[in-house]
Design a protein around this ligand. Structure first.
Ligand SMILES: [Zn+2]
Length: 86
């Protein structure tokens, strides 16, 4: 029968679609953006006690110690003890 053949074809296509969907869902996270291993490292801004990723922190070396700051204002406050005139 033609109708039976048609039903088999429909089932085959449906099964293929389902398997495709499942494979798409299960697929291990493709690294589209390479994860930067150091991104997770958090540093503390001593002025306002904010934790922020090291990559986005301002760095100031004072007396052999490295200090991190969230903003130029915090950095200036730490180094000079007075806020920047803005
Ligand atoms: Zn700060």
């Amino acid at each position: 029968m033609i109708s039976q053949l048609f039903r088999i074809m429909v089932l085959a296509v449906a099964g293929w679609l389902v398997s495709r969907l499942i494979r798409g869902a299960v697929r291990p996270a493709a690294p589209e953006r390479a994860p930067t291993p150091r991104t997770g490292e958090m540093v503390r801004d001593r002025v306002c006690n904010t934790f922020l990723p090291r990559s986005s922190a301002l760095v100031e070396r004072v007396g052999g110690e490295t200090h991190y700051f969230c903003s130029e204002r915090c950095r200036t406050q730490f180094v000079g003890g007075r806020p920047t005139p803005s």
